[in-house]
Design a protein around this ligand. Sequence first.
Ligand SMILES: NC(=O)c1ccc[n+]([C@@H]2O[C@H](COP(=O)([O-])OP(=O)(O)OC[C@H]3O[C@@H](n4cnc5c(N)ncnc54)[C@H](O)[C@@H]3O)[C@@H](O)[C@H]2O)c1
Ligand SMILES: O=C(O)[C@H](O)COP(=O)(O)O
Length: 399
Amino acid sequence: MSTITLNKLTTVKTLNNIAESGLDVFNNGHYAIDNQTAHPDAIVVRSFNMHSLELNRELKAIARAGAGVNNIPVDKCTEQGIVVFNTPGANANAVKELVLTTLIASSRNLFDGVAWAKTLEAEGNQIPKLVEAGKKQFVGKEIKGKTLGVIGLGAIGALVANDALNLDMEVIGFDPFISVDTAWNLSRTVHRAMTIEQLFAHSDFITVHVPLTDDTRGMFNEATFSLMKDDVHILNFSRDGLVNETDMAAALESGKVGKYITDFPNENVLKMKNVVPIPHLGASTQESEENCAIMAARQLKDYLETGNIKNSVNFPNVSLPYSGKPRVAAFHKNVPNMVGQITSAISNYHLNIADMVNRSRGDYAYTMIDIDSKVENNSIPALEEILTQIEGIVSVRFI
Ligand SMILES: NC(=O)c1ccc[n+]([C@@H]2O[C@H](COP(=O)([O-])OP(=O)(O)OC[C@H]3O[C@@H](n4cnc5c(N)ncnc54)[C@H](O)[C@@H]3O)[C@@H](O)[C@H]2O)c1
Ligand SMILES: O=C(O)[C@H](O)COP(=O)(O)O
């Protein structure tokens, strides 16, 4: 259990390169960007692996400038009352463009062809003749009329599915948890697979856009490859852990899988036949880096300054208009009578409640209470102490 209070100067640490335009959000005199500190109030991160980092007592929030949060110990953060944000959709267009680029480029054997053309440099005026003689090695296939299977129809998958239709592909999608918003954005011409097996059976190309979780880990394996068409091309711009790499290497060797396009090269991947290894460039555009950094910084700043939560992956979305009145923000276990105990403690302190909100998510909940009168600075520590002693409280913050 920890008690946390917003300092005068709030320290933000970045663990990766974060676009300047995002960091500018903190440029109002109340924040210090300090990448050396061991005691940040908040962290902005991209793909840095945080699993072995110690989470300091002062840490209130982590913002992932991007989508995937498998590099963050989310459960540990939840237990410590640390809010984890991500930036849904902020890099989706960047990923979509690279998926479609590599889908076509690999189907046309473009990467191999370009690499081969470069080997001819020393051949002088023989180059045009060698090109015409050698190009037959790289005859490819058009994507028009072929079927693309899209697994995961979230921010990225829906964009890929819609644009693939415009490239004259047949598109079949699978997402048992599709959100209402995405369903509205998805073209009605995308066929719906009722099972992932249906998608596997009908697709010439498969692209996967799901988070890496215990349920999705290893979803591409010997058993699932056996359900696919021969020479299927698989695109993985999601995470390496979705693929059983031993089985993928074998499927590429046998030709079951014709090409494996992945944004996650590692020592196993680089040894594979017919692999197209891309150095995690899905979200690496100026536009996407700025979108993600600005969205991450704004969400973090709003939380630090008002307690409101938007786009958290571990706590509920909560918004209570901030009037400048003293605000108590408490994380606690989602068990009966927590709100009653918190409000009683505040009333016992002769403070009147102006407004409040309580939202739960799973085993935890978040309560914000606005107080109708000024709370003297010297009484805050005592009230904090009383609140943190309530069983089930994880953290309390005065704003
Ligand atoms: N290569 C990159 O640079 C890059 C960039 C952004 C995101 N990503 C990865 O792509 C993933 C998806 O990103 P997004 O922005 O589209 O996320 P998103 O949350 O908008 O979409 C994910 C979708 O997957 C669906 N889903 C979850 N489990 C599923 C399952 N078992 N089968 C089918 N569908 C399932 C969800 O319902 C959701 O619609 C991220 O989690 C991240 O790992 C990679
Ligand atoms: O999940 C994501 O958003 C992507 O993998 C992008 O990662 P990056 O921010 O390290 O480029």
